[in-house]
Structures are given as structure tokens and as C-alpha cells.
Design a protein around this ligand. Structure first.
Ligand SMILES: *[C@@H]1O[C@H](CO)[C@@H](O)[C@H](O)[C@H]1NC(C)=O
Ligand SMILES: *[C@@H]1O[C@H](CO)[C@@H](O)[C@H](O)[C@H]1NC(C)=O
Ligand SMILES: *[C@@H]1O[C@H](CO)[C@@H](O)[C@H](O)[C@H]1NC(C)=O
Ligand SMILES: *[C@@H]1O[C@H](CO)[C@@H](O)[C@H](O)[C@H]1NC(C)=O
Ligand SMILES: *[C@@H]1O[C@H](CO)[C@@H](O)[C@H](O)[C@H]1NC(C)=O
Length: 362
């Protein structure tokens, strides 16, 4: 085989390298990648792909006009973050048909908890899936794969988001007949799992973390409908005290853990995002945000006050949808409406320290 001998101008090749370096350096440094872990608050189709749970219409009715696997009438807080960053919505890791990982990847699955470990799709499983995902992405890239893989730099600069804990609290609450002490005793073990997740992601090269605290579980129409209560069980707004006191205790521990890790880990950014206060304000002053009847599920059955019947929940025979979804805070008794998620996302993004863009500014 005849090989053409080519004499390269050394100056050209150096400049060629610099040019290539600049091209990839710049495009890599401005590339924004979100890597998300959690439960239904941020599940963009994980439980549908992973468990085959048929979450179809009326979920998705407001925006996607089809079942995407999201629990809610439309976009989630995470979807609004993606829009803000001009990213496409995140594909679930488990999506086997034409996923697109250009913008990042979503490991969140509805129902996920921190404990027990080794059960699909708890937080520790999601983190192990991530380790596998990263390894495999880099392997495919090294084999010359093109496609929409995230590269080493993308993983390094990615923002790692976690929103989990509410299902641990609820399961523990049910197990204790809504008594405070037994649930409070379990909270440190939930926080320890989230800490472990951050540490493991840090070990894998993650440096920027965005941690959501948990919302006011005691304001959910489902909780109010399922558990008989009197005036002393609820606060001045109308939310279950025991749920919210435990959510606040969990959040206090989560915040402290984030602070500790910030000091213990080198070159790390850990942002603790106070979802609780933003969501609680929706219930406390609904009219300020254009919402009415805060404790009434939009999609469900049974009528006032909660429109929640465990035998005919949203999507099951007998359900009805409220006239104006944009004036409802809660969609199906548990999950928030797109309108509420938009307010939450906008409120977060209006805070200078929480401007998402700044995580890729250097
Ligand atoms: C994946 O998403 C990116 C960003 O939205 C888009 O530019 C690209 O065309 C998509 N790739 C495929 C194969 O759809
Ligand atoms: C990561 O990938 C390498 C090959 O590139 C393989 O040898 C190793 O076992 C993988 N590790 C994990 C945890 O997947
Ligand atoms: C919870 O209440 C139910 C019914 O009142 C009772 O049968 C059960 O023993 C209680 N469980 C606990 C852990 O107290
Ligand atoms: C309300 O219910 C709780 C139990 O959930 C009970 O301990 C309390 O005495 C009740 N208060 C009133 C005013 O009935
Ligand atoms: C629905 O509710 C929103 C928010 O409260 C309000 O702005 C809008 O006018 C309502 N639409 C209808 C048709 O009532």
C-alpha cells in the first residue's frame, strides 16, 4: 500500500491543535448538563420506563397532551429549569427507545425513597446506575462513538440535582399512625443516605450539587382526606401539623448535612434549595398566586373539601377534572399542577444565588 509522505508545517500543526483545543474547550465549558436523582417530583418518565406503570392521560393533559410518565397535568419544576437553561427536557436513564442525553440524564423514579437500599429504584440504586451510565458513556466515546454522549468534561461540570425524602417520611408516618417520635427517630438515617449519595457522586467526579428540601406534606389534599383530623391537628393555614413538623425536622437535618459536606469536600458547591417555604406560601396565600381552594385536588372525585377518594383517584374510573387547572395548586391530591410548579421554579430562579446559569459561568 502506497502511503503518501506528507511534510507538515510544524507551525500549522501547533495552531491546528490550539484551534481544536479552543473549539472543544469552549464548547465543552459552555455545555450545560443536568443530572437528576429523586422521586415523582422530578420523574420525567422513569417509572413508566422502569416499571411499565401506565401513567397516561389525564396526566400530561395541560402541556404534553399525552402520558409522558410525569405525575401531574404538565411540566415539573425540573422541566422549567431545563427551559430556563435552554436545554431539552431530560430523558429518563431507563428509556430504551431513542433517549437523548445531550442535556443530561434523569434517574428519578416516582415512589423512590432513600431506604431500604438495593431496591429498585431507591437513591442508592439511582447512584449506582449513574456510575454505570458515566462509565459506559466514556467507554463508548473512547471507541469513537458519536451520538449524544456526555463527555468527561460534561460530567465534571454537570449540576447534580437531588430531590428525595418525602416518600420515606410518608411511609414512616403511616407506619406510626401519624405519631411524631418514631418518624423523627428515623430521619437521621434518611439524611445519611442522601449524604452518601453526594459523597459517591463526588467520588465519581461531581462537584456541583443542588439539593431540594422536602415540601409541606401535611398540606396535600390526599393526607387531609385519608386521615380523620380535628382543629388541633392542623395549623392556622389548614395543613397537618405532624406531617409538616416532620418535614421541617428533615429539612433542618438536610441543611446541616449540606453545610457539613461543603466544609468536608474540596472544590465543591452544594446548594440547598428551600422548596418547603415556597410551596407552603402557595397554601398560605393562594390568591396572591391566582390559586383557589388550595386543599382541593383538581383531578379526582368526591368533591369538596379535598376531592380525593382513594377508590377513584385521578385517572381511575369516576374521576373528574376541575374547570380551571391553572387555578389549582394540587393536581391529583399529591402532585402539584404545572401552574404551581411554574410558580415554584420562577421563585427559585428569581433569587440571585439560585440563578442556574451561574453554575457554568467559569
Ligand atoms: C438531542 O437533543 C439536542 C438538544 O436538544 C438536539 O440538538 C439533537 O438534535 C437531539 N438529537 C436527536 C438525535 O434527536
Ligand atoms: C467501567 O468500565 C471499564 C471499561 O471501560 C470496566 O473495566 C469497569 O469494570 C467498569 N466499571 C463499572 C463500575 O462499570
Ligand atoms: C394504628 O392504628 C390502628 C387502628 O387504630 C391499630 O390497629 C394499630 O395497631 C396502630 N398501629 C400503631 C403502630 O400504633
Ligand atoms: C384532636 O384529636 C387528637 C388526636 O388526633 C386528640 O388527641 C385531641 O384531643 C383532639 N382535640 C380535640 C379538641 O378534640
Ligand atoms: C383560570 O385561573 C387563572 C388563575 O387563577 C385565571 O387567571 C384565569 O382567568 C382562569 N380562567 C378561566 C377560564 O376562568
Amino acid at each position: 500500500m502506497h502511503m503518501m509522505k506528507m511534510k507538515m508545517n510544524p507551525q500549522f500543526s501547533v495552531w491546528g491543535l490550539v484551534w481544536l483545543w479552543m473549539l472543544f474547550g469552549i464548547s465543552a465549558s459552555t455545555r450545560r448538563v443536568l443530572i437528576n436523582f429523586g422521586d415523582s417530583n422530578s420523574d420525567t418518565g422513569g417509572v413508566l420506563a422502569g416499571a411499565g406503570l401506565p401513567i397516561g392521560l389525564p396526566h400530561g393533559i395541560t402541556f404534553f397532551h399525552r402520558g409522558t410518565g410525569r405525575l401531574g397535568d404538565g411540566r415539573l419544576i425540573l422541566d422549567f429549569f431545563c427551559e430556563h437553561l435552554k436545554l431539552s427536557y431530560l430523558s429518563p436513564y431507563l428509556d430504551s427507545l431513542a433517549p437523548n442525553f445531550t442535556s443530561g440524564v434523569n434517574f428519578a423514579v416516582a415512589g423512590a425513597m432513600t431506604l431500604p437500599q438495593f431496591v429498585p429504584f431507591q437513591l442508592d440504586v439511582q447512584v449506582r446506575q449513574f456510575v454505570r451510565f458515566k462509565n459506559r458513556s466514556l467507554e463508548l466515546l473512547s471507541l469513537g462513538g458519536s451520538g449524544n454522549f456526555i463527555n468527561q468534561d460534561g460530567f465534571h461540570r454537570a449540576l447534580y440535582m437531588i430531590d428525595i425524602g418525602q416518600n420515606d417520611l410518608l411511609v414512616a408516618l403511616y407506619a406510626s399512625n401519624l405519631t411524631y417520635a418514631p418518624v423523627a427517630a428515623k430521619i437521621p438515617s434518611f439524611i445519611a443516605e442522601i449524604k452518601l449519595a453526594i459523597q459517591n457522586l463526588y467520588e465519581s467526579g461531581g462537584r456541583k450539587f443542588w439539593i431540594h428540601n422536602t415540601g409541606p406534606l401535611g398540606c396535600a389534599p390526599k393526607e387531609l382526606a385519608l386521615h380523620v383530623h380535628n382543629e388541633t391537628d392542623v395549623d392556622s393555614v389548614g395543613c397537618f401539623r405532624v406531617h409538616n413538623d416532620l418535614a421541617k425536622l428533615f429539612n433542618k437535618g438536610l441543611r446541616r448535612m449540606c453545610k457539613e459536606l461543603k466544609q468536608a469536600l474540596k472544590h465543591v458547591t452544594i446548594v440547598y434549595v428551600d422548596i418547603y417555604t415556597i410551596k407552603y406560601n402557595l397554601f398560605a396565600t393562594p390568591s396572591k398566586y391566582g390559586f383557589v381552594q388550595p386543599f382541593k385536588a383538581c383531578c379526582g372525585s368526591g368533591g369538596p373539601p379535598n376531592n380525593y377518594n382513594v377508590k377513584a383517584t385521578c385517572g381511575q374510573p369516576g374521576y373528574e377534572i376541575c374547570n380551571n387547572v391553572t387555578s389549582a395548586i394540587v393536581w391529583d391530591g399529591v402532585h402539584y399542577t404545572e401552574a404551581a410548579n411554574r410558580v415554584v421554579a420562577d421563585t427559585i430562579l428569581s433569587m440571585p444565588s439560585l440563578k442556574l446559569d451561574r453554575f457554568w459561568s467559569n
